[in-house]
Ligand binder design. Structure first.
Ligand code: ATP
Ligand code: MG
Length: 252
């Protein structure tokens, strides 16, 4: 039998409509574990999660359907999450049917495909006919078609070329600004946070050690660990800053 161990500690987190939050931390920090709790795929030993005033308990799939409609997920390795037997149309329709979403499904499918920049011709394609970047966008379209209130995305930009990255970032902007969707974006790499997220959390050894506006976190990291992550982001990548804000100065 495996010895019990504590993976997450003292997590306190509120996410408001339209907020874009980054969650960063090194490998093993607990990012996926936190994501699984937020998705109600796992239960915590202590504490609770509430959404729109209702407690989210580990419960049957049926009892959690209301929550599954509100909270969607873009997996880190989307190609492997797509059923190879299904066409793109069926893949985007499947969650709408499974979650009993009352809507014009074909319209939702067309709209979602358009929002991720894929043309109608892809509707009949199966995953093996898609490139990695196209498969990633189909996985994003599946989540977008449900019009979630909270979208959790695990490394959503990795593996995308620059024009597609820009398109997906614009989609996230639109979802938060126009639809009021809250976004929680996981990345081991801090360099994408200034462009994508107004607030960034740093997870370290299962605890949130920083939860601050992204710009402040970049300009004056409080913890040594955060300082190291910021420095690594600057060394490895060009930090993507929003067009409207000046570039951040390097941390010495
Ligand atoms: N089922 C489990 N049983 C025991 N330990 C686990 C289990 N799942 C995860 N862990 C441990 O919890 C810690 C956090 O794991 P987690 O997968 O959440 O990290 P992560 O931040 O997502 O890392 P990565 O960036 O590598 O994906 C790790 O030390 C891991 O070994
Ligand atoms: Mg992980």
């Amino acid at each position: 039998m495996r010895k019990p161990c504590t993976i997450l500690r003292d997590i306190s987190l509120s996410i408001h409509p339209g907020e874009r939050i980054g969650l960063a931390g090194v490998s093993g920090a607990g990012k996926t574990t936190l994501l699984n709790l937020l998705l109600a795929l796992k239960g915590a030993d202590a504490g609770s999660i509430t959404c729109q005033g209702r407690v989210v308990r580990p419960a049957s799939v049926r009892a959690l359907r209301w929550y599954r409609r509100l909270v969607q997920y873009i997996p880190q390795d989307p190609a492997s999450s797509l059923d190879p037997r299904m066409s793109v149309r069926e893949l985007i329709r499947e969650p709408l049917v499974r979650l009993n979403v009352v809507a014009h499904h074909d319209r939702r499918i067309d709209e979602a495909l358009d929002r991720v920049g894929l043309g109608q011709k892809f509707l009949g394609y199966r995953p093996d006919a898609l490139s990695g970047g196209q498969a990633q966008r189909v996985a994003i379209a599946r989540a977008v078609a449900l019009r979630p209130r909270l979208l959790l995305a695990d490394e959503p930009l990795s593996g995308l070329d620059l024009p597609v990255r820009a398109r997906v970032m614009q989609l996230f902007d639109d979802m938060s600004r126009l639809d009021g969707t809250a976004l929680l974006i996981i990345s081991h790499d801090l360099s994408v946070m200034p462009r994508l997220c107004e607030r960034t959390l740093i997870l370290h050894d299962g605890a949130i050690i920083e939860d601050r506006p992204t710009q402040a976190l970049f300009e004056a990291p409080v913890h040594d660990h955060t300082r190291a992550l910021v420095r690594a982001a600057r060394l490895d990548h060009t930090v993507i800053t929003p067009a409207s804000t000046p570039s951040f100065h390097p941390v010495s």
